[in-house]
Every structure is written in C-alpha cells, then in structure tokens.
Ligand binder design. Structure first.
Ligand code: GDP
Length: 298
C-alpha cells in the first residue's frame, strides 16, 4: 500500500494515462513528441519545463540512436525527478520555539494542513502550539479549535473579528513561556481584498518579530493543487509580500494537474515541503520527489 500511488491516482489516470499507449513497441516518430508534449502540458507542467524535457529526450534519442518509444520511459522519469528539489528537512534546532506562518487563500486547505502538521510534529515528540490568527473567519477559528481538541494540541485563539496580530503575538509569548518547540500560525486568506490581506500579513510579520526577534522563522504557502495555473498566480502574489520559504501542495489527491509541482519549482524557485494526499489528519506526506514522480507515472 503506497500513499503516493493511491493519492496521485487522478493525476496518473487523467493526465499521464496516455503515456501507457505512447510507450509501447512503436517506433519513435514526430507523433511521439507531439503526444508527449500534449500530455505534459495537459498535466500543467508549464510550457518551459515541457519544452526543456522534450529537448533533453530528443537529444538522448539522437545521441544514443534510440528507436523505440519504450526506451524513453526511464529517461522521462529521471528528467522529471531532476526537475524537482529534494524537500529540505524542517529545522527545529536553530530556534526554540520555531515560529511558522502558514499563508494561503481561503479554501486552499490551510487549516486542515495546519492540523495535519501539528499531528505529525506532536507524534515526533515536539511540543506544538497552534494559533488561530484567521480571526475574520469564525469558522476557521472553530475548525482549528476542534482539530486541537481532537489531536490534543493547544490552540491560541482571539476574539472573533479581533486583531490577528494580537493572536499571533499572544501565541509567540505563550510558546516562549511554555517552552514550545513549534508554533504554527494560521493567517487570514481573503483573496478578494488582496491589498488588505497583504497589508495584514505584513502587520503579522512585524508583530511576531516584536514578540520574538528573528521570527517568524519560516513562511509556508498552502496551495490547492486542483486549481492549477490559478494556484501559481496566487503563489506569485504571496511571494511579493511574504517571505515564503516553501510550498505545501494540498489536495493533490483531488487534482488531475499534479504536474503544477514542476511549474512551481521552475517559476517560483520554491521547494515543495509537503503534499496533501487526502482529508484525514494522517494524509500529509513530506514531499518525496521520487515517490511523487512514481505516483504520477505509475
Ligand atoms: P482553508 O479555508 O484554506 O483553511 O481550507 P480548509 O482547511 O478548511 O480545507 C478546505 C477543504 O479542503 C476541506 O473540506 C478539507 O477537508 C479539504 N482538504 C484539505 N486538504 C486536503 C487534501 O489534501 N486532500 C483533500 N482531498 N481534501 C483536502
């Protein structure tokens, strides 16, 4: 039982399924390249990455005199892996507590992802604190508190409509006095008021830095993998305001466009830290580029 194979079922079937008919006992022809290009574009790898992979494979064919399509398979796998960075390990040792801001638009899977992360770290023996600084959405605060109770992880929350900065500040102070290892701060994500959202984020940065100089130590952007190019645009907007240090791709299991992982690496230069492969708390995996590529290729 492999979570990646299961979680990437849709991307594999919808986007990459045609590879099975492409890689057969047929001769490599112009149609091979057209079809491979169409598959990679459809999977949202982005034009640049697609063209560059095609160029590498075409070069290989010419150099080694390959003639059959099935001879391309392992090279495609290697090329895909090569285009993804290995996920850096989360550094808990340099700062205690380690303060992480989690950003992303509403509906991206941010709150669920925070719960999943909290659970993982708690299982590793870390002392985790969650902060519900998305005070504009009462439901988001409730949701995080429910997760906290279920997972037995403390949650700092403010008043509804209260100041997100104040919640973040309280959380950092509480973490210092309670000697926590990590604080995950849930921030607001109303994209329709992008200006306010970004201004508010800046304020949270300032306040967190005041509570603990040098903090936050990381900013993780949660993106909804089902939204493809849209998620990429959001990522650009967040990158302008926030010091995004890594991306978490939520809902990869619901997406047929898992290829956007490549576009994120190429265009944004941000490492993918985790992948959401389902709705349950245990459905979050540290990003493993080989398992990911095997999951999409099958
Ligand atoms: P937020 O508005 O960004 O905080 O989003 P939520 O955490 O409330 O998630 C929105 C919806 O996406 C919820 O129904 C979650 O259960 C669902 N969701 C979150 N992550 C995943 C995932 O990795 N896979 C699937 N299938 N659903 C997810």
């Amino acid at each position: 039982f492999n979570k990646w194979i299961e979680g990437l079922n849709r991307t594999r079937k919808v986007a990459f399924g045609r590879l099975a008919t492409l890689f057969g006992a047929t001769d490599i022809s112009a149609e091979t390249w057209d079809e491979l290009e169409a598959i990679l574009i459809q999977a949202d790898l982005g034009v640049e990455t697609t063209e560059s992979i095609l160029a590498v494979l075409q070069d290989l064919v010419n150099r080694e005199g390959l003639t059959h399509t099935d001879e391309l398979q392992s090279s495609l796998r290697a090329e895909l892996i090569r285009r993804l960075d290995a996920a850096p390990a989360v550094d808990f040792d340099s700062h205690k507590p380690t303060i992480v801001l989690v950003v992303g638009v509403n509906g991206s899977g941010k709150t669920t992802t925070i719960a999943k992360l909290g659970r993982q770290y708690a299982m590793q023996g870390k002392k985790v604190l969650l902060a519900a600084a998305d005070t504009y959405r009462a439901a988001a605060v409730d949701q995080l508190q429910v997760w906290g109770e279920r997972l037995n992880i403390p949650v700092i929350a403010g008043q509804p409509e209260g100041d997100p900065g104040a919640v973040a500040f309280d959380a950092v102070q509480a973490a210092l006095s309670r000697k926590m290892d990590i604080v995950l701060i849930d921030t607001a994500g109303r994209l329709h008021t992008r200006y306010n959202l970004m201004e508010e984020l800046k304020k949270v940065y300032r306040v967190v830095g005041k509570a603990l100089p040098g903090a936050p130590h990381a900013t993780w952007l949660v993106l909804d993998a089902t939204t493809g190019q849209n998620a990429l645009q959001q990522a650009r907007a967040f990158k302008e305001t926030a010091q995004v240090s890594g991306v978490i791709l939520a809902k990869l299991d619901s997406s047929a466009k898992g290829g956007m992982a490549f576009a994120i690496q190429k265009e944004l230069g941000l490492p993918i830290l985790y992948a959401g492969l389902g709705e349950r708390p245990e459905d979050l995996q540290p990003f493993d580029r080989e398992a990911f590529v095997d999951g999409i290729l099958g």
